[in-house]
Design a protein around this ligand. Structure first.
Ligand code: NAD
Length: 417
């Protein structure tokens, strides 16, 4: 995996690229390129053997012009301050492009969760929740899951917050289990928006998704659900991968059977009847659709020269470096950006928060219908901007729509102080 780009610099470059097409003052754009504040803390947590271990943790609140800060919490050894800042900025523009009333935030703990027991992870999560308590709240900042976190961690953080605040506040965090105030459809929401984006993209480009060949990098929550739902549209998933490597079958894989195999063995590698391939080989396969669904910087400028897919739908956040974007634009590859293609996660988080506030819960059908409306509307707005401003690619179009919305809200509120 390429590591050449600093994700925060990538974010700033993406904003500059779009700002060039907008009539917005430079000083206002500068404000939109930097977080409002970043919490950096060292959690000291007791291990099972009685020793104390320190974990560096961050929460970045990037911009709150359109509503409370919103964004996930990642547990990963590669978490850095700049990565968290970048991810929090992408959340601002993601919420704006799908027009939900949130700003952007993100958190992370530098930890390899596989190396710790469940009890240790619970104490790490509760320790972080205690640090976050003055910064978060139903109307202030609402965390959610991200890489290596899920319902379990969200339940722990909610419980810690509620205990310390002596209240019930399910809307303080989203991505919770159903019995703990979660929403129907939340687990599948990110992959569902990737499927909807791919479906609309094929339609817009006048291509048939039925029978199309698809490669998916990363077979976690976002990647596997996207693979399953795209397969349900009649496409042929020919390759998938995870951190242990990839598998390829030109006749098509069965997305659900591969997931069962990964659940049993811990990885997709070795699934019967497949050839193994590296992640770089997967990313450069000759397929109709490529879905990067792992981490940032999966494709850099060099690798982009070898990408053979015609369409890319980004399930991961920031999987292409700006150089990769330039190369792919030049080569006519259509990239549908993360801030649209994975926005289902935050959109259904928003629905979860609405349900928590009303203490009134929706059916899965209602959640999926509302999500489809939001993503299809956002896709249409993006394509309108792309055509109206004659923009070089769909990422720039997404930022043009999103930045304009944030700027409008800021202009109407005025500056403080
Ligand atoms: P996850 O932990 O469930 O899955 C990540 C997957 O990527 C795993 O299968 C892992 O093995 C694989 N992976 C890690 N490094 C890899 C590498 N070098 N090559 C190939 N595969 C690799 O995480 P997730 O929630 O699916 O998140 C994946 C991406 O989607 C992240 O960029 C995340 O920010 C983004 N995302 C997730 C959500 C959500 O709701 N889960 C929402 C929006 C965006």
């Amino acid at each position: 995996m390429a590591q050449e780009a600093n994700p925060f610099e990538s974010l700033q470059e993406q904003i500059d690229d779009a700002a060039a097409y907008l009539d917005v003052r430079d000083d206002v754009i500068e404000r939109l390129k930097n977080p409002e504040r970043v919490l950096e803390t060292n959690l000291s947590v007791e291990m099972d053997d009685g020793s104390i271990e320190l974990f560096r943790a961050y929460r970045s609140q990037f911009n709150g012009d359109r509503g409370p800060y919103k964004g996930g919490i990642r547990y990963h050894p590669g978490v850095t301050r700049d990565e968290v800042k970048a991810l929090s900025g992408w959340m601002v523009y993601k919420c704006a492009v799908v027009d939900i009333p949130y700003g952007g935030g993100k958190g992370g703990i530098v930890i390899e969760p596989k190396d710790y027991s469940e009890g240790e992870l619970e104490r790490v999560s509760r320790s972080f929740a205690k640090e976050l308590r003055p910064f978060i709240g139903v109307d202030r900042d609402i965390p959610a899951p991200d890489v290596n976190t899920g319902q379990r961690e969200m339940n722990w953080i909610k419980d810690t917050y509620e205990t310390l605040e002596n209240t019930t506040a399910p809307g303080v965090i989203t991505g919770k289990a159903l019995d703990n105030g979660g929403s129907e459809g939340r687990v599948e929401a990110t992959g569902r928006s990737t499927m909807l984006t791919a479906r609309e993209a094929f339609k817009y480009l006048d291509r048939d998704i039925e029978g199309a060949t698809v490669a998916v990098q990363g077979y976690g929550n976002a990647g596997w659900i996207a693979a399953k739902l795209i397969e349900d549209l009649g496409a042929n998933i020919v390759a998938v991968s995870d951190s242990s490597g990839g598998i390829y079958d030109p006749d098509g894989l069965d997305a659900r059977a591969v997931k069962d195999f990964k659940n049993e063995t811990g990885s997709v590698s070795g699934y019967e009847g497949t050839e193994s391939l590296t992640n770089d080989e997967l990313l450069t396969l000759d397929v109709d659709l490529l879905v990067p669904a792992a981490l940032e910087n999966a494709i850099d400028g060099d690798l982009a020269k070898d990408v053979q897919a015609d369409i890319i739908a980004e399930a991961a956040n920031g999987p292409l470096t700006p150089r990769a974007d330039d190369v792919l634009t030049e080569r006519g590859v259509h990239v549908f950006p993360d801030i649209l293609a994975n926005a289902g996660g935050v959109t259904v988080s928003y629905f979860e928060w609405v349900q928590n506030r009303q203490r009134f819960y929706w059916t899965e059908e209602r959640v999926n219908d509302e999500l489809e409306r939001v993503i299809v509307d956002a896709f249409e707005n993006l394509v309108d901007a792309y055509e109206k401003h004659d923009l070089p690619n769909f990422r720039t179009a997404a930022y043009v729509v999103a930045i304009q919305r944030v700027v409008d809200s800021y202009a109407q509120s005025g500056n403080w102080p």
